[in-house]
Design a protein around this ligand. Structure first.
Ligand code: ZN
Length: 260
């Protein structure tokens, strides 16, 4: 049985049999793959903490017939501040879900691994946590090769906001992969057009700026009001749904925590 070591995030964990867990792992050098943690649900198991979802663990693994087998674990980062804040935790699960569903098995993507690491680290402290999720979505779309063009209208190529003032309404089209100027934004009559206020568009542009690559200055961003944040959320969600061709389960949980 060939054995090796790799650092991986636990994206998902499923009960299997009496005491085992099947883990979905995401490793920097191996991408996404599944492994079995035998006996991890026994009360005395040394595997249980290190195989919690959203933990970064150094795994010793052996190649089994159909699944990798966990032989050793050493926690690298457990992101403790996510564990006692339900809203932060729910956002963390959403990031893990996005990585799970936007990747192929055994397709390493070090940029995405680093993005997840940065996202979970930022989620421990940035307020509001949803700002980290918006940042992550923008970076993820870029990483997948689907970065929307947020600087000119996808129909007429006019610069946005360009000459349009703060009272104008813009939009993001998931299908066209870009922003729409006030002349071409028709969110009321067109399902694919997600309406954006001037401030919501500015937030998306800021999150997309090269200096936001690491997210280090997220904490200091000027935020739109709650309505603008909601518009940015819906626009990015629709863009991701269009690209991933699915809704994510973790979103239902997140939405259930949001005040109506
Ligand atoms: Zn236009």
């Amino acid at each position: 049985m060939p054995a090796y070591t790799t650092d991986a995030f636990v994206l998902r964990r499923l009960h299997y049999g009496e005491t085992d867990n099947i883990l979905t792992l995401y490793a920097r050098d191996r991408g996404r793959f599944s492994a079995i943690a035998k006996g991890a649900r026994k009360a005395i198991s040394r595997l249980s903490g290190a195989t919690e979802v959203l933990t970064l663990t150094r795994f010793g693994l052996a190649s089994g017939r159909s699944l990798e087998i966990v032989t050793q674990v050493e926690v690298q980062d457990s992101f403790p501040n996510l564990r006692h804040d339900l809203l932060r935790l729910a956002h963390g699960l959403y990031l893990a879900d996005l990585v799970d569903h936007s990747t192929e098995e055994h397709a390493p993507n070090p940029l995405l691994f680093d993005l997840l690491h940065a996202g979970l680290t930022l989620l421990q402290s940035v307020t509001p946590p949803e700002l980290v999720a918006r940042w992550f979505e923008v970076q993820l779309l870029r990483d997948l090769g689907y970065a929307p063009n947020l600087y000119e209208c996808a129909v007429c190529h006019a610069p946005v906001p360009g000459p349009f003032g703060p009272d104008e309404r813009f939009a993001l089209s998931a299908a066209l992969g870009g922003a729409l100027c006030p002349r071409h934004a028709r969110p009321a009559s067109h399902d694919d057009h997600s309406g954006l206020s001037y401030e919501a568009l500015a937030l998306l542009q800021t999150l997309d700026a090269p200096e936001q690559g690491t997210g280090e200055t997220l904490e200091h961003l000027a935020l739109p009001n709650a309505k603008g944040l909601g518009e940015a959320r819906l626009a990015l969600r629709r863009s991701l749904r269009f690209r991933l061709e699915r809704d994510l389960k973790s979103l239902e949980f997140l939405d259930s925590l949001r005040p109506v």
